[in-house]
Design a protein around this ligand. Structure first.
Ligand SMILES: *C/C=C(C)/C=C/C=C(C)/C=C/C1=C(C)CCCC1(C)C
Length: 243
């Protein structure tokens, strides 16, 4: 009877996926509160950047709340919620690059190029993970090309040139965000290969005994919260300079 009203699913003590969903949810919530409350402590021109950091972690917190529940009640991967989260938050991370580089003259065109590449990366990833599972390797490759295009733009292309022009704190923050994209984002293709290993040339990835969701959850915590903290540090450092 109680169960009808209190639908709390059981959670095994060795359910590492469920554990990382819970911790991820709480961490995203805490980070969102932190960023939202920090908005007024930085210089006006950095407030939108901090707001976006808050939105990224807030959107993730809501999706983690659902994913945590989905996993706890079905023990299946919440692929749909995962990709809805990414399709909203990854473009917002592109917005962060744009906002930081605006002082050096970043154009809307650069912003939309980054957003376009990130959408291609995620949509093709979704096709490989959820729709055309037998051709996961091919979709993963296309997704990977879009990913490398983003890396190219921020580390060697137009965005890099703008960051160099801006110099100082902006260049430092840009370089740090680049490291997140190059190293932090590279966690995701590993999760993808683990999750789609069956019948592919990388089928050995399925025998590692690691769950795709644990990899994705660790990646999200590092990238969403870490990325936001880099932006926060830049805003605090630059606000001090002015005062
Ligand atoms: C907050 C969420 C973030 C930063 C998500 C990032 C996701 C990726 C960088 C995903 C990349 C993928 C590939 C490069 C190839 C395989 C398919 C994906 C979508 C997992």
């Amino acid at each position: 009877m109680n169960n009808l009203f209190l639908m709390v699913p059981k959670m095994a003590t060795d359910d590492y996926v469920g554990f990382t969903f819970f911790v991820g949810c709480m961490a995203m919530m805490a980070a969102a509160v932190f960023f939202f409350f920090s908005i007024n402590s930085v210089d006006r021109k950095w407030r939108t950047s901090i707001l976006v950091s808050g939105l990224i972690t807030f959107i993730a917190a809501v999706h983690y709340y659902y994913m945590r529940d989905y996993w706890a009640s079905t023990q299946e991967s919440p692929t749909f919620f995962r990709y809805v989260d990414w399709i909203l938050t990854v473009p917002l991370m592109c917005v962060e690059f744009y906002l930081i580089l605006k002082v050096a003259g970043a154009t809307k065109k650069l912003l939309w190029t980054l957003i376009g590449a990130s959408v291609v990366m995620l949509v093709t990833g979704y096709f490989g993970e959820a729709v055309y599972v037998e051709s996961a390797a091919m979709w993963g490759l296309i997704s990977g090309l879009a990913y490398f295009y983003i890396v190219y733009l921020i580390m060697f292309g137009e965005a890099k040139a703008l960051a160099t022009k801006a110099g100082g704190n902006v260049l430092n923050a840009h370089n740090m965000l680049c490291k997140f994209v190059l190293i932090g984002w590279a966690i995701y293709p590993l999760g993808y290969m683990i999750g789609t290993a069956s019948g592919q040339w990388y089928s050995f990835m399925g025998n590692l005994g690691i769950d795709m969701n644990v990899v994705y959850n660790i990646g999200d915590a590092i990238n969403k919260i870490g990325f936001g903290l880099v932006v926060y540090s830049l805003a605090v450092a630059s606000s001090k300079e002015v005062a």
